[in-house]
Design a binder for this molecule. Structure first.
Ligand code: CP
Ligand code: NVA
Length: 317
């Protein structure tokens, strides 16, 4: 793997297969303590339950330590420039896990850090999430070439990471979103031009979920967009993953959500708790298993002398 993990554009198909195999091993309890004596700094500019706790527990299980740095305490970009924070942390710590408002600031951090930087979510991309989602689908024996993944909702960070994934593994990705809430064209173009997957963007949720093996959703209002809540509730009113919509997908489809969920908005209680839902397995895989594999691989690549790949081209911005 390259030095950093900022988006799934940073990894190859070989890396993906390796990460899945490593996750299998870690999940079956064969981890050892590969992070013994290592300290991981976590910079979070936005709230988190799953990412923060699972990285903390995962690093501890691998024998390492975490130091958690909130935006309030270190002020990236306000108290101190991102590049100085990165240089400083590179002298104290062994890796940085960062949840940033702005993807370009994450790329600045990575460019200036001599240690690996892992994206724990930005406005543009959420690669740890989609890596674990794909692992969850694979674990159920359903990650087969051409599987239809229907995403109903906002064409935001999680959708971007599905588009990144679509350059690694052949899927049929169908997004249903109202116009104005579609993903960045540059990311769509990159996914399409890779020629690996089939990408469809429509306005009709029924069209998207037809024959889908996975039905995925996310909140209508992401972190940082709170002032748009009323406008978004109106725009996404017809985009709820409910029993009626689910009846149009394959009867055995997997229902996924990155969480946190706003039950009664983008997903009903019934669907979230229903037999098709794998949302809590997805959350467990993401954190306690897949993220550990990413850490182990980045550390092992580092000891093999891998250099940074961060450039205009390797970020989704
Ligand atoms: N899915 C996810 O990233 O959850 P948190 O925001 O709670 O970390
Ligand atoms: N799109 C959501 C994902 C949360 C895990 C957000 O950015 O808030």
């Amino acid at each position: 793997m390259t030095k950093d993990f900022l988006s799934l554009f940073d990894i190859t198909r070989e890396d993906l297969d390796l990460l899945f195999e490593l996750t299998d091993n870690l999940k079956s309890g064969n981890s050892g303590r590969p992070l013994e004596g290592k300290t991981v700094a976590m910079i979070f500019q936005k709230p988190s339950l799953r990412t923060r706790v699972s990285f903390e527990v995962g690093v501890m299980q691998l024998g390492g330590h975490i130091t958690f740095l909130s935006q309030e305490s270190i002020g990236v970009g306000t108290r101190e420039a991102a590049r100085d924070v990165a240089r400083l942390l590179s002298r104290y710590c062994d890796a940085i896990v960062a949840r940033m408002n702005d993807h370009t600031v994450l790329a600045d951090l990575a460019r200036s850090a001599s240690i690996p930087v892992i994206n724990a979510l930005t406005d543009k991309s959420h690669p740890c999430q989609v890596l674990a989602d794909a692992y969850t689908i694979r674990e159920r024996g359903r990650l087969k070439p051409g599987i239809k993944v229907a995403f109903v909702g906002d064409g935001n960070n999680v959708v971007h990471s599905w588009l990144e994934f679509a350059t690694l593994y052949p899927i049929h990705f169908a997004l249903a979103a109202p116009q104005g809430y579609w993903p960045d064209e540059s990311v769509v173009r990159r996914a399409q031009s890779s020629g690996v997957s089939s990408i469809e963007i429509v306005q009709d949720p029924v069209e998207a979920v037809r024959n889908a093996g996975v039905v995925y959703t996310d909140v209508w209002t992401s972190m940082g967009q709170e002032s748009e809540t009323a406008k978004r509730k109106k725009a996404f009113a017809g985009y709820q993953v409910n029993e009626e919509l689910l009846a149009k997908a394959r009867p055995d489809c997997l229902v996924m959500h990155c969480l946190p969920a706003h039950r009664g908005e983008e997903i009903t209680d019934g669907v979230m708790e229903g037999p098709n839902s794998v949302v809590f397995d997805e959350a467990e895989n993401r954190r306690l298993h897949v993220q550990k594999a990413v850490l182990v691989e980045l550390f092992s690549s580092r000891s093999n002398g891998v250099k940074s790949s961060v450039s205009e081209d390797s970020t989704v911005a």
